[in-house]
Design a binder for this molecule. Structure first.
Ligand code: SF4
Length: 251
């Protein structure tokens, strides 16, 4: 399965409390008129300039294992290696909000409109993350339908540049997925262009496969422990599923 998807701009939602938290501000600092006015302005820029698109392609384990080794720069031991051994299905993905929103953020900063620029930047990152969650949900449902099962597997996304998977892995991932179809390419240091893009692999399986002790070599310098919140999303008592109405844009 390979599909290109896009999202109508009016399907993008952003929650003020999450943006405030992302910016590290306290809620009370954000109740004044200037903040509210800037938030509304940033929302307007988001709706006008974000153009979410993605490409998703299933891969078998052997193909992914070759791709994951990439240029041999991964950590000696990584959580994803262990997760892969117990996975049921895999899909590569690249998702982008497009170039215009990045240009707009840069322009707002250059015009010293710092609050609106920072709000738009935070909104864009949150939207990209939540859209990746929607791809996880969509892939889980796709597998359940293919297998004729009533329960969906737990799907989480893993990305080059995190948790021991070296960022140079982007090159192997891009060579298979070819996301130039949605306007994403690699620049210096394997940074994606446009900047507001996310790449990686969707890994499906029993919820437990995503759970592990964070004792890998990459974990010693980690101050986010982001994996804990992600694991809780699929193993917690209430597993909220992010759904958005992606539209198939193939051919
Ligand atoms: S502790 Fe940090 S580096 Fe280790 S798996 Fe979790 S998020 Fe990744």
């Amino acid at each position: 399965m390979r599909e290109c998807l896009e999202l109508a701009p009016d399907a993008i939602e952003v929650d003020q409390a999450s943006v405030v938290q992302r910016l590290g501000s306290s809620r009370t600092n954000c109740e004044n008129g200037l903040f509210q006015e800037s938030f509304t302005a940033a929302q307007g820029f988001l709706a006008a300039t974000a153009r979410p698109r993605c490409v998703v392609q299933t891969v078998d384990l052997a193909t992914f294992a070759g791709l994951y080794d990439g240029e041999g720069s991964n950590d000696r031991d990584t959580p994803l290696e262990v997760i892969l051994e117990r996975s049921e299905a895999l899909a590569l993905f690249v998702l982008t909000l497009g170039q215009t929103i990045t240009d707009t953020i840069r322009r707002l900063f250059s015009e010293h409109d710092y609050l609106v620029a920072a709000l738009l930047d935070g909104m864009a990152s949150l939207v990209a993350e939540s859209l990746v969650e929607s791809l996880e949900t969509r892939f889980g449902r796709h597998i359940a339908e293919c297998d004729g099962k009533s329960t969906t597997p737990a799907v989480l996304a893993y990305s080059p540049g995190y948790c021991g998977w070296h960022v140079s892995g982007q090159r192997a991932l891009f060579s298979v997925l070819k996301p130039n179809e949605i306007g994403v390419s690699l620049g210096a240091g394997c940074m994606m262009r446009p900047l507001k893009s996310v790449s990686g692999v969707l890994v499906a399986g029993e919820p437990e496969i995503h759970d592990f002790d964070p004792g890998y070599s990459c974990c010693s310098g980690c101050d986010t422990l982001e994996c804990r919140a992600r694991i809780a999303r699929v193993t917690g008592p209430v597993c909220a599923k992010r759904e958005v109405a992606w539209i198939c844009s193939d051919g």
